[in-house]
Design a protein around this ligand. Sequence first.
Ligand code: COA
Length: 324
Amino acid sequence: MEGVKILGVGKYCPENVVTNFDLEKIVETSDEWIVKRTGIKERRISDGEGTVEIAYKAALNALKNSNCGKDDIDLIIVATTSPDKIMPSTACSVQGLLDCKNAAAFDISAACSGFVYSLIIADSLIKSAGKKRALIIGAEVLSKIVDWSDRSTCVLFGDGAGAMVIEASDENSIISSCFASDGKLGEKTLVAAEINLNTPFAKSENIEKRYIEMKGGEVFKFAVSILPEIVNDVLDKGNENLENIKYIVPHQANSRIIDEAARRLKVNREKFYVNVDKYGNTSAASIPIALSELSEKGLINKGDKIILAAFGGGLTWASTLIKF
Ligand code: COA
């Protein structure tokens, strides 16, 4: 078996809905400003559930939708920038809860591109390392690392998790992909929760930064230029054209970024699936949540070609052309 097939997707988002009107009570902002600049109307915010818990619930949903049992999973990758602990990894904790014996498990940190990075890595490990069935999860409780007094960031983010199950097959669902990074730009534009370096041996005192800090305008410029580029990249590599693509599922950061990408690609905006209005930016979880929603609504069928396109902190970017 030389290919990899997608078996199913699933999601879990905390039940607690926080609207823009709720945020008006916390920071100086307005529903009108947030909707106009971002398209976001509401987001889910955890009222106590951690990243492991929501990752586990999304995994159960994906396993159910894939009609497969936990025992068949031999690889678990969790993409997250908001783990509950540095150790054990979120993936190991999920492995423990699922009790799927002998699965390799690890987290990857590629911010909002993390799910697509994970899919590319899992695809490669199935093809090169003898793994048979992988569970890939994007899970974030960003509310833990958001500065709730900073109106320029706290209105943007939300909590949630999405997952996918893939397996070794004669079919091939992962047609083409790309992933890359720019750490210099990342340091200057989008950082979160620096680790405290104040050891007894440090030469100078370091200020601990615990929250997301972002230069929104610069990230916006980066996003609108990289999104069309990575869509075209996987089309070229996959020898495909946009007419044959049912949906582009972009990272859900801001509807204005998606509008501009559609304009630059000269493609109907309807080809982009957008749900940022309901969930805000859930970083690594945004693409699998959107994909699950598409599947739940019956908007995608087996064989449909879809492009997943992500960008985010790092800075990182990644895309893949899949056959659902
Ligand atoms: N409510 C009301 N006013 C706000 C606000 C809020 N939540 N946040 C910022 N403002 C104010 C600013 O203070 C500024 O006021 P001033 O002109 O008096 O200084 C004004 O609105 C404009 O701020 P600016 O940052 O220039 O707005 P913008 O049009 O660039 O929109 C973002 C800000 C964050 C929505 C936009 O830059 C963006 O979406 N960037 C990309 C972010 C992103 O997607 N990041 C994740 C990538 S994975």
